[in-house]
Design a protein around this ligand. Sequence first.
Ligand SMILES: Cc1ncc(COP(=O)(O)O)c(C=O)c1O
Length: 410
Amino acid sequence: MEIAAPQHRPLTVRKAPMFELLKPMPADPLLQIITAHRADPREDKIDLGVGVYRDEAGHTPVMRAVKAAEKILVGEQPSKGYLGIVGDPIFTDLLRPIIFGAERGDAELIPAVQTPGGGGALRLGAELIATARPSAKLWLGTPSWPNHRPIFEAVGVEVREYAFADLHKQELLFDPMMDALSEASAGDVVLLHGCCHNPTGLDLDHAQWEAVADLCARNGLVPFVDLAYQGLGENLEADAAGFRTIFDKVPELLLAYSCDKNFGLYRERTGALYVKAPNNELARNVASNLAVHARVSWSMPPDHGAAVVRKILEDADLTSDWRAELSDMAQRIHAVRSAIASAAEPLAPIARQHGLFSNLAVSTAQVDALRKEYGIYIAPSGRMNVMGLRIEDAPRLADALTSVGVIPKQ
Ligand SMILES: Cc1ncc(COP(=O)(O)O)c(C=O)c1O
């Protein structure tokens, strides 16, 4: 008997139904700088485009206390079991006195979630805002960290921008900022950089924090403070002072915290979101909403960075070594800033700014000329990471900025 061969009907495959709908996205301008810098054979090239701290030798070091804590962890960590949705509460609790000071930071009123970096904390906070008050607008001073706007837009929060800085004068536009914020409605959110403003290095002074805090309190605005560089400006206490001023005056507030810079943990994605609620019942409500948002975003946070921070903060010797090294880093930032400021009079404001970044007023042609003619790489926006500079190169930077016309001739 003959067995009929199986019938192979040709399969008709539908035309690609999905990805051809995608529009190409522009490449990150910073990645382009990194690539161009790598390909540049000049030995004296200067990379001011990077986003991380660098030491005198141009390295981004693993901090001593971090190395020591990692060694201990490798030896004694009993399990790699999941952490749980909110992460390790001991990690977020150990950070409380550093962030809030000894007298604040009540865990009942301020629920916390460990997040993948400060970026994760911002996203989680944005999700909470979009759920709690979908009509809330986010008020954002510009320029700001380029990720701020898209993070809030990604969850459907409307962003209102106002001018925060005059880059030509290297000054805060404080009165216009207050005018803009006085247009905000009750329940709107005000994003504030806790310290070391990225990209301008321009921080509010004490009186300005007080004024913003009063405005938020009076008009029912909810501050969302992004504290990504605590300890890299003046010191841990001073860098949290503005945040604490505003914390004390308003009933509701969000804080996105990063340990990626002040513990040098960048790739370990270590951060937390703290949310101040007006009473315990609302705090529990906030906590349960945060848990749901975290669950559907990353489910549970990565552990390693937070475990390292916990190890350090549980050990007095490691804590004091971490504080000492962080303070050395802040001093080095000041030293580089002073060197730039002394190299040319128009650069003097740079010494009064804080953190890794300053933002010069530049044209695309000037950025290109700096790169092509002088091997100096800065972001197309004019943001420069001052830590990409060796102190002895400050006069070279000033000369190049003068010759391409970014700063006037003396
Ligand atoms: C102002 C600001 N906020 C948040 C972040 C995000 O920090 P992380 O790397 O911890 O996600 C950064 C990182 O560059 C930043 O500059």
